[in-house]
Design a protein around this ligand. Sequence first.
Ligand SMILES: NC(=O)c1ccc[n+]([C@@H]2O[C@H](COP(=O)([O-])OP(=O)(O)OC[C@H]3O[C@@H](n4cnc5c(N)ncnc54)[C@H](OP(=O)(O)O)[C@@H]3O)[C@@H](O)[C@H]2O)c1
Length: 254
Amino acid sequence: MAKTALITGATSGLGYDFVQLFAKEGYNLVLVARNQQKMEEIQRTFSDIKVSFITKDLSIPNASKEVFEEIQNLGIEIDVLVNNAGFGLMGDFNELDIKQQLNMIQLNVSALTELTYYVLAQMKKRNTGKILNVASTAAFQPGPLMAVYYATKAYVLSFSEALVEELSNTSITVTTLCPGPTKTNFGAVANVEGTKMFKSAMPSDVVARQGYEALMAGRRVIIPGGLNRIGTIAAKFLPRSFAAKIAKSVAKKD
Ligand SMILES: NC(=O)c1ccc[n+]([C@@H]2O[C@H](COP(=O)([O-])OP(=O)(O)OC[C@H]3O[C@@H](n4cnc5c(N)ncnc54)[C@H](OP(=O)(O)O)[C@@H]3O)[C@@H](O)[C@H]2O)c1
């Protein structure tokens, strides 16, 4: 029987690439995002797999619970959960809109946590399943000018690595994908296009493939790109105050 992957943020960027990767392997899909038209378009492109979608703004409290309830009503069991939806914002913490920043925490942190909670409980009953949480290289140091975004991704990495240990006696794996700058809509949404760090942005399909392969191999953490890996290793050894200064310098536009 075909397995089912649930992918949040499936309408664009990495999420869209995950859709293509899972579809190619014959997975049935459940897509979650706000743009219903786009999900209908995606659904129409596949005839050999079952594609369902749930139109949901995950930055609204309880949205993940509602998603899970809809999945249960559809009688679908999730074999792979890809917590990918997320966004960033660049600017001084006090100059960015507080409501938008709280929505970011709700989406990047709370929605991811809540969806994992419900889907993992179902996976535990079957003692099988795979979870891919999309963090970022931002997870490894403080990020001045994107303070809340970096903090949300530090949460995702810490949370996911803790689950790996909790689940070490089960057949359930949790993988954290930590991309560096990647060519998607993220840059425009976060207003980071034109910054030093985005000059070497990686193609999204390459990043998604590495994430997919790491997920399938049950790896703990995957950081695509040699330079990104070096950056995260350096961040582990540098004083955090210095790592924060570097993060600030690459967040500036020329
Ligand atoms: N691109 C990068 O440089 C980069 C680097 C590191 C980590 N990441 C992470 O990678 C993940 C995917 O981002 P991306 O780069 O692929 O960006 P993207 O192209 O902007 O895609 C973001 C996806 O999330 C969905 N989304 C946004 N807000 C949502 C909400 N409130 N409720 C439900 N879905 C929502 C969007 O769909 P709708 O608009 O249809 O809702 C879209 O499908 C994010 O977690 C991001 O933090 C990206």
